[in-house]
Design a binder for this molecule. Structure first.
Ligand code: NAP
Length: 293
């Protein structure tokens, strides 16, 4: 088993972002800005938001944090989003999920300007992504892509994992991870199989994967019986257990296999935050490009 060091790859990328932010500041006198919104006091969300704000500080991106109470109405959240859409200092808006009331998540996301949608969840960004024929087109259109899938693509690229022609199996079909990573792998010419909780013969299907992406949120659910020797495994899961954080893959059972795998923590997680910084920079550049046309 060889670990894919997400922290190391992420640190190298953050250094590049820091240099780019410095260059923008020296050249234009402006600094990219990210607004974060946290509704309520979910402890995990508080930790994620803190890491995101710290990451911004580290690379020189301005962050503007907004706390709303758990009792905030849909209108309160949308009013804030509209304000941020019109604020010229803000390039990206991140609404920390999950929201206390799940019923209006999409309505709130729909209100974020697609140009500032650094989480890549607005229907317009998802639409452009799904209509893109290949990776080059995705890059050319400067579409904002959900941070975790984008981070996975970076990890694969930086680890020299070839995607074209490979069989990729994705477990999980969420809008945040499963669906967009499937589209990105498809755009990179993998043969993609999407699976979920109703999939029959999951083990056999997973065994066919050259690249296995696991995003289910079930601690250590995937063991060696699901994995082919020689495969690359991307474990997206972050599960809090009595023994600390762990992924969806049971690392102890795969140690002796000839595979590459991302650990939890230290795999996909750091890349997700780095891609948020990358997307903020992209949103900044897209806005400047659009206003100069
Ligand atoms: P989600 O919205 O809860 O989706 C989970 C998906 O897994 C669903 O599609 C579900 O199938 C499928 N699933 C659940 N149990 C399954 C099983 N036994 N067999 C096959 N499929 C199964 O979760 P998510 O937002 O995608 O997140 C997944 C995990 O990744 C969580 O642990 C989350 O914390 C983590 N995560 C990590 C990062 C990061 O930065 N590292 C970012 C985002 C999420 P159905 O659709 O049929 O219900």
């Amino acid at each position: 088993m060889k670990l894919i060091d997400g922290k190391k790859i992420s640190n190298i990328q953050r250094l590049k972002i820091k240099e780019e932010v410095y260059r923008i500041k020296s050249k234009t006198g402006t600094i990219p800005g990210l607004a974060t919104i946290l509704i309520g006091k979910d402890p995990a969300s508080q930790i994620y938001i803190k890491s995101k704000i710290e990451a911004c500080k580290h690379v020189g991106i301005r962050s503007f944090h907004h706390d709303l109470t758990e009792n905030s109405s849909q209108k309160d959240i949308i009013d804030l989003i509209k304000n941020l859409n019109n604020n010229r200092d803000i390039d990206g808006i991140l609404l920390q999920l999950p929201l206390p009331k799940n019923s209006y998540v999409q309505k709130c996301i729909d209100e974020i300007s697609p140009m500032k949608d650094v989480d890549g969840l607005h229907p317009m960004n998802i639409g452009v992504l799904s209509l893109s024929k290949n990776w080059d087109e995705i890059i050319r259109k400067s579409v904002l892509i959900s941070c975790t899938p984008l981070g996975i693509m970076y990890l694969l690229e930086q680890s020299n994992i070839k995607i074209c022609g490979k069989t990729a199996v994705v477990i999980g079909r969420s809008n945040l991870v499963g669906k967009p990573i499937s589209m990105l792998l498809l755009a990179s010419n993998a043969t993609v199989i999407m699976t979920h909780s109703k999939t029959k013969n999951l083990k056999e299907i997973c065994k066919s994967a050259d690249i296995l992406v696991v995003a289910i949120g079930n601690p250590k659910f995937i063991n060696k019986d699901f994995i082919k020797n020689g495969a690359t495994v991307i474990d997206v899961g972050i599960n809090r257990t009595h023994d600390g954080l762990c992924g969806d893959v049971d690392l102890d059972t795969v140690r002796n296999m000839n595979i590459k795998i991302t650990p939890t923590p230290g795999g996909v997680g750091p890349m997700t935050i780095t891609m948020l910084l990358e997307n903020t920079l992209k949103a900044f550049n897209n806005r400047r490009k659009n206003s100069s046309q």
